[in-house]
Design a binder for this molecule. Structure first.
Ligand code: XMP
Length: 318
């Protein structure tokens, strides 16, 4: 029978033996997989593990600061890189979802490569690849997430980075990764996080991404997620997020007629993201979220709820 304790013991011994005194770089995303991979490697090789956390400007409100803080608490040797402007400038004028993903993947590789080379004499690239990623990257029908994963999750080394790859989680399923993380003492803040796509809020802003739209979506999303947490629903939902709709509709505020954008709320139940059902969130919770977003987020005068399941709809809108 598989136990996380036995896995941890074996993999740490393996990592020590394979890596020895070499230096390793790892890109942290704030997600469960890269975090668990980092903590395992840190236990095995200590400060020879150099973690890099890139702020692509497409993270959730305050996410960069709070996640960086958590990682520092864990004792990880971590460098935060503010690349917001680089990502956002490369997204200017881009409306096609796949071109957005490509632009983000390209800038990520450039930024990461520069940072990795600053680690003197680095020999290894560690990745938080898990078993389903391995399967997905070899299936022809990998879906939109395979595109970015081919960039930086699975064996996606640019030619110019001659690093050996180490993937300590590649035999594990998600629930096993969570169990390993818990047994390593990772907090619920990291372990219990909803999945979040690599391209971040860029694929939750339909059409062109601008800094103004990112700021609006971050505010709306934070209100949504905080309300789910307050209502005790966050842990029951598999994934939730707000989406910025570039349509304008008429509203009324005081004596004024408004003509502003809409926010869509998405929440799904799922096991692996391959299929998903929309969550039947309580009306009173939806009502509170809607009021709060419309009253507090300038530029939004309408909130809608997505009642589509996957298939045929996807979880993300792009
Ligand atoms: P869809 O929208 O395809 O999403 O139903 C399924 C799961 O994959 C995530 N997703 C992505 N993750 N890069 C990622 O790392 C991407 O380009 C990407 N697109 C979708 C999505 O958030 C959901 O969990």
């Amino acid at each position: 029978e598989w136990t996380s304790a036995a896995f941890v013991e074996t993999i740490i011994a393996d990592l020590k033996e394979t890596i020895g005194d070499d230096k390793v770089v790892l890109g942290l995303s704030g997600g469960v997989d890269s975090s668990v991979a980092a903590v395992l490697l840190h236990k095995a090789i200590g400060t020879n593990l150099h973690c890099i956390f890139v702020d692509n400007g497409l993270l959730r409100k305050d996410e960069y600061e709070s996640v960086l803080e958590q990682y520092k608490h864990l004792g990880l040797n971590i460098k935060g890189v503010d690349a917001k402007d680089r990502f956002l400038s490369q997204l200017a004028g881009v409306t096609d979802p796949e071109l957005k993903r490509k632009a983000i993947g390209r800038v990520f590789i450039e930024v990461f490569d520069t940072e990795a080379h600053l680690v003197e004499d680095v020999k290894w690239l560690a990745q938080g690849t898990i078993y389903p990623d391995v399967i997905e990257s070899i299936s022809v029908n990998g879906g939109p997430s395979a595109t970015i994963k081919s960039h930086h999750n699975v064996g996606g080394l640019p030619d110019f980075m001659k690093l050996k790859v180490v993937e300590p989680l590649k035999t594990l399923f998600k629930d096993e990764v969570r169990r390993v993380g818990t047994s390593l003492g990772l907090e619920h803040f990291i372990i219990g996080r909803h999945p979040f796509p690599g391209p971040g809020l860029a694929i939750r802003i339909l059409g062109e991404v601008t800094p103004e739209k990112v700021a609006i979506l971050q505010e709306a999303d934070a209100i949504y997620i905080n309300n789910l947490k307050e209502a005790g629903l966050y842990d029951k939902v598999w994934q939730a997020g707000a989406i910025f709709l570039p349509v304008q509709s008429v509203g009324v505020m005081g004596d004024e007629r408004t003509y502003e954008n809409a926010i869509c709320l998405r929440a799904v139940e799922s096991v692996d993201g391959m299929t998903a059902d929309w969550c039947h969130l309580p009306y009173n919770v939806l009502a509170k979220i809607s009021n709060e977003i419309i009253n507090k987020v300038k530029g939004i005068n309408r909130v809608v709820y997505d009642i589509s399941s996957k298939p045929p709809a996807t979880i993300e809108w792009e």
